[in-house]
Design a protein around this ligand. Structure first.
Ligand code: NAD
Length: 465
């Protein structure tokens, strides 16, 4: 009578955001299937923890190779389910492989036991033990990149992973599961949970040993509150409202405008570290706005499978109305559109790349995360005003400064309460550096050696005799 498979499973439709065609109708997990997977993961983790770090790394090396071998299918799936231009899907897979390579090369050093005291009566060492079974609740915008930040170091660290891909990147999640198993991850060390937020919610009920979340501030806060009493490690990689400031000493305005534009529109602006606000010194403001607008108007929006396409659709239909409401709010409060601003006619969840000027911080456009190819460009009279406006946000992910002078830029960067700062670049992540948000952009760090140690717990040995 309690057989879970006699119950009717809920279904979820996977829709191509460029064509609105249904790609797949897929069954969601439910309490019973999730509980069953959890039991298997608990058993699997005990065995996996006994496998040497070298052997675990060898399996991940195989996964790294399989990503390359299967990149055409993986890129096509990613583009069809979340809409990014095909070349950007290839870039994402290559980028994910770069991060995996970092973990392959550096994990052993940071997971090996450390002798602290070898002289005297009491010897001391630190041993790094796995957390256990961890949840990896993930976002759709870069499912490979944000996924490998978590499940690769978690697996190398000896954990089993309960992986919840976003409902907008489910097919990619299934590919990841299949390739990890093919590479040699035991079937009961990596399990996928299929479904929407209510299905992810079931993971919060389980006695998992760590929660690693990538997504919105709203969901991250909810999850953090819900699991607080478990007293297990958790990390949150959340949203941003990242500023870019252009100083008046830059030599190449067109180059700065091109960089800023790419930071705004890459992945249709659906990047946690996308440039979301631009401040420009008044001495070069008009020239910068002209250059940005001219370049923006040249962008080709359309079929993400066409190699000439710069901008694909948004991944979620509701985001069209959300961006429209930000643009409308800004216009009511005095902003002017330089280009874009509309939802084009026809199929697909497209939104024109949009530039607004005469903007200020009373407008939602300059305060709320947009997560689309939309930006406001605001004039500032000096560096002090730029610093004040850049810091006027609840988020703290990244901040970029363009200037000829590192010294001048550094004075601004030092005052940014963000996990990352950029000089003459933007919208980038390095596997060698910690990726972390402050304030409502998150808690904890992935990548770099911090992102290896995040998935293990230290045990202190006091050894006498
Ligand atoms: P989201 O918060 O809507 O969903 C994230 C994940 O949480 C999904 O898998 C979803 O199914 C799941 N979820 C939703 N409700 C849940 C619940 N009650 N319990 C458990 N799981 C639940 O976010 P999204 O739309 O997928 O991602 C976009 C957001 O992610 C943006 O704000 C973006 O800036 C942020 N993001 C941040 C980083 C970073 O590194 N800081 C990287 C990528 C994306």
């Amino acid at each position: 009578m309690n057989n879970p498979f006699t119950k009717k499973l809920a279904h979820m439709k996977i829709i191509n955001p460029a064509t609105e065609a249904i790609i797949r109708d897929i069954e969601e997990d439910m309490d019973e299937t999730i509980n069953e997977k959890f039991e298997l993961l608990t058993q699997g983790q005990r065995t996996w923890a006994k496998v040497s770090v070298d052997e675990r790394i060898a399996v991940i090396q195989k996964f790294y190779d399989l990503l390359e071998e299967n990149k055409d299918e993986l890129a096509n799936t990613l583009t069809s389910e979340m809409g990014k231009p095909l070349q950007q899907s290839y870039n994402e897979i290559n980028g994910a492989r770069g991060r995996i390579k970092f973990f392959i090369d550096h994990s052993k050093k940071y997971l090996s036991e450390e002798w602290i005291t070898t002289e005297g009566a009491t010897k001391e060492k630190i041993v790094y033990e796995p957390l256990g079974v961890i949840a990896n609740i993930s976002a759709w915008n870069y499912p490979f990149l944000v996924g490998v930040n978590v499940f690769i170091p978690a697996l190398i660290g000896g954990n089993a992973v309960f992986y919840k891909p976003s409902e907008y990147a489910t097919l990619t999640g299934l590919h990841i599961r299949d390739l990890l198993c093919k590479a040699g991850i035991p079937f009961n060390c990596f399990k996928i949970v299929i479904g929407r937020g209510n299905v992810g919610e079931q993971l919060l009920q389980l006695p998992l040993n760590g929660y690693f979340f990538t997504g919105s501030y709203r969901t991250g806060k909810y999850i953090a509150e819900k699991i607080a009493g478990k007293m297990v490690p958790f990390q949150l990689e959340l949203g941003g409202k990242d500023p870019l400031y252009v100083m008046d000493d830059i030599e190449d305005i067109d180059k700065a405008a091109a960089d800023a534009l790419e930071g705004v529109i890459y992945n249709s602006g659906q990047s946690c570290c996308a440039v979301e606000r631009i401040y420009v010194h008044e001495n070069i403001y008009d020239a910068f706005v002209d250059s940005y607008t001219v370049q923006c108007k040249k962008l080709k929006m359309g079929d993400p499978l066409d190699k000439n396409t710069d901008i694909g659709p948004l991944s979620r239909k509701e985001q069209q109305a959300f961006l429209s409401s930000q643009v409308d709010d800004a216009i009511i409060l005095g902003a002017t559109i330089k280009c874009g601003g509309k939802i084009p006619q026809g199929k697909g969840y497209f939104f024109e790349p949009t530039v607004l000027v005469n903007v200020n911080h009373s407008m939602k456009l300059m305060k709320e995360e947009s997560f689309g190819p939309v930006v406001g460009i605001q004039k500032v009279k000096d560096d002090a005003e730029a610093i004040q406006l850049m810091g006027d946000t609840n988020y703290g992910l990244t901040a970029a400064v363009y200037s000829k002078s590192f010294e001048r830029a550094e004075k601004v960067m030092q005052q940014m309460n963000t996990g990352t700062v950029y000089w003459n670049c933007c919208d980038r992540v390095s596997a060698s550096l910690p990726w972390s948000g402050r304030k409502q952009s998150g808690l904890g760090a992935t990548l770099s050696y911090q992102g290896i140690r995040a998935f293990v717990q230290p045990k202190a040995y006091h050894i006498r005799g």
